[in-house]
Ligand binder design. Structure first.
Ligand code: PEP
Ligand code: MG
Length: 601
């Protein structure tokens, strides 16, 4: 038995098997079942084969122009066959039953430790080669990998999540009906972990320093949030105490009805919470989470053929655009499935390369790989691309309009940077309508909106507002273009900051422009799924949001604890503050206070 001390941020005592989640260097570590070991070993082999092919190819290409560099790749090819690399990783997979990415990372860490010791500068230099090779192996492992979202849903019942850090977007992917509590290495009573734990109503401890290293996947642990203690390998007394606590705190009442109640602040201001989805199948998750509608369907995921893990359900090969009838069928069933709730379908948001070949990693739904790929796209993308491909755009518009009578559809254009583009797109909608009328189709009017995700659109929101039926603020792109930060670039990604004063002002500006023209405005970027940021956005006057389905229950809980007048006052103070740090402090003070005082034992 071993006891680790941290900071309890949510009371209660629970026991369960540990699930470890480590995001260090973007490598997740998770336990795999015995049945999956063979799959992981195969993934390792495939990744080695792909890496070899790529290295041989690169070597050949550089050999003609820069023979001296070609030898570097010879060295990497040799390393690829070194028994201390891939075979060692395979051994770790077998013995520790962990995923291949983590095994490779561990091998790299072992290598690094050895290289750091050696005095010979030439040998020390080789560490860079190993890092490069490991990076390549990891990249190749990503191809076709099951996304963490699925993995987090696969955990056993009665698990305790132990993570180095639990970000809101990660927490949104966890199946909290199975995870009984969580503990993190990082953190003090910081706003998001504390709020998360409280709103999820699970015991939690933060600031455990290295619990994610000390606890092994599958270890039996007791987490005591009240005593700020994580017990590894507990004795019968500790287990009995945890069992007694669970008995005393069995949830009562109608959990389903609770989930479906509409969101509102403590003083009764209605807040609309919709879901962001990527696949028609996500509709069930959205409904289960209590979404009122779909605020963003990323229709470009249609272009990737069958969704990952559902081979054979769709006969559209990757890279092919489904024809009008096929698209109509998908849109129709989605709109009908959510009726009377509204479904906002965004027209394809891809660039030329992605259109030519919707290959990995962007075909992964929602996970980190998808985020990164989305984050780095610019140029001829979104509506801009659709306008240059009228044949493609017309097919999508006709399919959408035909589906409209089956429910409550809204059409939204992505990546709009000017009124001209919007007018051009509306003309195309009229053309699609005219064509359908010729075919004898009677169609209802459909609201047309734009995403505000380029600073130019935010600055001209007053002009755009005159010509659309609704706005949706896309902060994922807006933040990166406003702050000139490419999120995929690790050197500057720490500057990607939703609380930057420029972002808050832009959001306020768009909200005001929408209000003046009396058109609805919603916000669908990731920032809405962070409860503290959501609170501030409500303070800025927004009342409609769309987020990943898993974040909706938490958002409802948190909103129900906060008063809108206090949030407005908070936003007024925050808008006068010059730095992110001061803004964050102000936010923590207000939001944590409300949340933390509500259910203190
Ligand atoms: C956004 O940019 O905020 C957004 C929701 O769109 P995507 O993440 O698909 O670019
Ligand atoms: Mg976007």
């Amino acid at each position: 038995m071993q006891r680790l001390k941290g900071i309890g941020v949510s009371p209660g005592v629970v026991s369960g098997r540990a699930v470890i989640l480590i995001q260090r260097a973007h490598v997740l570590r998770y336990q795999i079942g015995p049945a999956r070991v063979a799959d992981e070993l195969r993934r390792l082999d495939d990744s080695r084969a792909a890496s070899r092919e790529q290295l041989v190819d690169i070597r050949q290409r550089v050999a003609q122009r820069r023979p001296e560099i070609a030898s570097l790749f010879d060295a990497q090819l040799l390393m690829l066959d070194d028994p201390m690399l891939v075979p060692r990783a395979a051994d770790i997979v077998r013995r520790q039953r962990v995923n291949a990415e983590w095994a490779i990372q561990q091998v790299f860490d072992e290598f690094s430790a050895v290289f750091d010791e050696v005095a010979d500068p030439y040998l020390r230099e080789r560490k860079g080669d190993v890092a490069d090779l490991v990076g390549r192996l990891r990249m190749n492992l990503r191809q076709g990998v099951a996304i963490p979202r699925d993995l987090l849903n696969e955990v056993d019942e009665a698990s305790i999540l132990i993570a180095d850090e639990l970000t809101p977007s990660l927490a949104a992917q966890v199946d909290w009906t199975r995870v009984r509590g969580f503990a993190t290495d990082a953190g003090s009573r910081t706003y998001h972990t504390a709020i998360l734990a409280r709103s999820l109503d699970v015991p939690a401890i933060v600031g455990l320093h290295n619990a994610s290293q000390q606890v092994q996947p599958g270890d039996l642990v007791v987490l005591d949030g009240s005593a700020s203690e994580l017990i590894i390998d507990p004795g019968p007394d500790e287990l009995a105490r945890a069992a007694q606590h669970s008995e005393d705190h069995r949830p009562a009442g109608d959990a389903d009805g609770h989930r479906r109640r509409p969101a509102a602040t403590a003083d009764g201001v209605r807040i609309r919470l919709d879901a962001n989805i990527e696949f028609p199948d996500d509709l069930a998750a959205a409904r289960y989470a209590g979404a009122e509608g779909i605020g963003l369907y990323r229709s470009e995921f249609l272009l990737s053929g069958a969704p990952p893990g559902q081979d054979g359900e769709d006969d559209t090969p990757p890279g092919t655009v489904p024809n009008e009838d096929k698209q109509y069928e998908i849109y129709r069933s989605m709109i009908a499935g959510m009726a009377p709730g509204a479904v906002t379908i965004r027209t394809f948001d891809v660039d030329e390369d992605q259109l030519a070949s919707r290959s990995a990693p962007d075909t992964l739904a929602g996970g980190w790989a998808g985020e990164e790929a989305r984050a780095s796209r610019q140029g001829l993308r979104g509506l801009r691309l659709s306008l240059t491909r009228p044949e493609l755009f017309q097919v999508q518009l006709r399919a959408l309009l035909r589906a409209a009578p089956h429910g409550n559809l809204r059409i939204m254009f992505p990546f709009v940077s000017s009124v001209e583009q919007l007018r051009h797109a509306r003309t195309m909608v009229r053309d699609a309508r005219a064509e359908l009328a010729r075919r004898g189709e009677q169609l209802p009017p459909v609201p047309i909106g734009v995403m505000i995700e380029i600073p130019a659109a935010a600055y001209t929101a007053d002009l755009l507002a005159r010509e659309v039926d609704f706005f949706t603020i896309g902060t994922n792109d807006l933040i990166q273009y406003c702050l000139a930060v490419d999120r995929a670039d690790a050197r500057v990604s720490q500057l990607y900051e939703p609380l930057h004063p420029a972002i808050l002002r832009m959001i306020l500006m768009v909200r005001r422009a929408a209000k003046r023209r009396r058109i609805p405005v919603s916000l669908c970027g990731e920032m809405a799924s962070d409860p503290a940021l959501l609170a501030l956005l409500v303070g800025l006057g927004l009342t409609e949001f769309s987020m990943t389905p898993g974040a909706i229950p938490v958002a409802k809980e948190v909103l129900g604890e906060l008063r809108s007048d206090e949030l407005r006052a908070l936003a007024r103070r925050v808008l006068r503050l010059p730095t992110i740090e001061e803004i964050e402090r102000e936010l923590v003070a207000v939001v944590s206070k409300s949340i933390l005082t509500r259910s203190q034992p």
